[in-house]
Design a protein around this ligand. Structure first.
Ligand code: NAD
Length: 503
């Protein structure tokens, strides 16, 4: 914890106001390319946390009754404001997180798509009606908001993932308390400010900062009805258990180890280009990064070309034009990745390309690790079992597609996977037999657009319903069924009915 006072402080957003925290606990937000301290973020106190929830609870009383069209129009305005401020948002994001500027714009854009989706809430939050289920009886559903909902987000998509959460929660009539990653909360705060500017009323969106303590307060607070979490498997499992134990709904999108199968009939040039982007883009810090490639049969001969292509990727600060691979988020992340690479060598994998200690002119202090490739990887090795979350690709060989599918299905994670092939029959069999929630066919990072929901599975997810898309409307609403009959005033001859049947 650093307590210097010269750098700006990140504010809390409570009851529509940006407020300075009264905490004594602060953390530096550091530019990963330079180690410059950009700002300090507070770890909110219990009083501040309670104030945020109380404000959201109060605001819910009126927000839940706000007409759906009025809610939708705020998100129409919000998407416009995000577009107008795209470059500023991307610049903040790159400074605090490290990814390249074009990729930072992509991060904002993938969130913007959810905001656009939220503006269509009128079509999404429709109920059902069955006419005349018994004599003169109709049944219909109301999809009503839950109350105060909360979101806990990771460092790697500080724009997109907060935007997965609060726009859909608020559009469905809930109020929200967001806890962004303490590593890079500045772009999230700018997005919260723009949401206020778009017309989100005071108290409907609140932002508190902090780490484990604030997360635990969210899981325990009796006025919070639902928790959305995105982050590592260890923390997500803790959040799921603690929040559900306290009677809350929870959805936790967690860690991954995503495999691609390369069939020998795939288009080599296109496949290799796609693999490189998906393995090393964002310095491998994507939950949908392709971190394992399984080469089937003759495709094993492509390794030298894959390595040569990888060497052409430019490692540099994210703000520099032409950068392919920026720094990783922190010195701690760099140390962890470097030590996993060392372990990979010790455990017998072949370090075919070592990206450690790249020389980056002008950025001697940056957290850089260049693209790294291991061949001869086997499933018991640490580099295979652990999510490295860095630009490290593990290559495994398989004789057949069936063998490759067995390897993937034996891995506990189920976030994403892909196959590269020209065979429709192979692709279809893969789609049917693979036990992973998001499947790409010649698409390396198959994250669905918000017409669908993010659908990671197995160890990558806890909770039944995914973020955004139709599923999240269910997650953020309580279905109430109403069964109604209107008596005809002139009707006579009614009798007492002691059976359970509707007549
Ligand atoms: P993280 O789990 O360390 O942090 C996520 C959030 O949990 C942060 O807000 C953090 O403050 C909080 N937190 C951290 N430690 C905690 C603790 N001990 N108790 C309670 N709360 C705690 O994750 P990260 O390093 O920020 O993000 C990277 C991870 O997120 C990777 O595993 C990645 O795969 C995963 N991720 C998953 C998805 C997905 O959709 N499945 C998307 C993005 C990232």
């Amino acid at each position: 914890m650093n307590t210097t006072t010269q750098v700006p402080t990140v504010k809390l957003l409570i009851d529509g106001k940006l407020v300075e925290s009264k905490t004594s606990q602060w953390r530096d937000i550091v530019n990963p390319a330079t180690q410059e301290v950009l700002a300090r973020v507070p770890f909110a106190t219990p009083d501040e946390m309670n104030a945020a929830v109380a404000s959201a609870k109060e605001a819910f009383k009126t927000w839940r009754k706000t007409p759906i069209g009025a809610r939708a129009r705020i998100f129409l305005k919000y998407q416009q404001l995000i577009r107008e401020n795209m470059q500023e948002l991307a610049a903040i994001l790159t400074a605090e997180q490290g990814k390249t500027l074009p990729d930072a714009e992509g991060d904002v854009f993938r969130g913007l798509e959810v905001v656009e989706h939220a503006s269509a809430i009128g079509n999404l939050q429709l109920g059902e009606l069955a006419n005349n289920v018994a004599n003169g009886v109709d049944t219909y559903t109301l999809n009503q908001p839950l109350g105060v909902c909360a979101g806990i987000t990771p460092f790697n998509f500080p724009a997109m993932i907060p935007l997965w959460m609060f726009p859909m929660a608020i559009a469905t009539g809930n109020t929200f308390v967001l806890k962004p990653s303490e590593q890079d909360p500045m772009v999230t705060m700018r997005l919260a400010e723009l949401a206020m500017e778009a017309g989100v009323p005071a108290g409907v969106l609140n932002v508190v900062h902090g780490g484990a303590d604030v997360v635990n307060m969210i899981c325990d607070h009796p006025d919070i009805k639902a928790v959305s979490f995105v982050g590592s498997t260890k923390v997500g499992t803790h959040v799921y258990n603690r929040a559900t134990q306290n009677g809350k709904r929870a959805q936790c999108m967690m860690g991954a180890k995503n495999h691609a199968i390369i069939m020998p009939d795939a288009n080599k040039e296109q496949t290799l280009n796609n693999l490189l982007g998906a393995a090393f883009g964002a310095a491998g810090q994507r939950c949908m990064a392709l971190s394992v490639v399984i080469l089937v049969g003759e495709a094993q001969k492509w390794v030298p070309e894959l390595i040569e292509k990888t060497k052409t990727l430019k490692v540099n600060a994210g703000a520099e034009a032409g950068t392919d691979v920026g720094p990783v988020v922190s010195c701690a992340a760099l140390d962890r990745i470097s030590s996993l690479i060392a372990t990979g060598e010790q455990e017998g994998a072949t370090l075919a390309l070592d990206g450690r200690n790249p020389q980056v002119a002008g950025y001697a202090n940056g957290n850089f690790v260049g693209p790294t490739i291991f061949t001869n990887v086997s499933p018991e090795m640490s580099i295979y079992r652990e999510e490295i979350f860095g630009p490290v690709l593990c290559i495994i060989n398989a004789a057949t597609m069936d063998e490759a599918i067995d390897i993937i299905n034996a891995n506990p994670n189920g976030n994403g996977t892909a196959i590269f092939t020209r065979s429709g029959a192979s692709a279809r069999r893969f789609q049917e037999d693979i036990d992973v929630g998001q499947v790409g066919i010649n698409v390396p990072i198959p994250v669905p657009v918000p017409l669908f929901s993010f659908s990671g599975s197995r160890a990558s997810k806890l909770g039944d319903l995914g973020p955004y898309g139709k599923q999240v409307v269910q997650f953020y609403t309580q279905t109430k069924t109403v069964t109604q009959r209107w008596f005809d005033e002139d009707e006579t001859g009614s009798t007492v009915n002691t059976t359970i049947t509707l007549k």
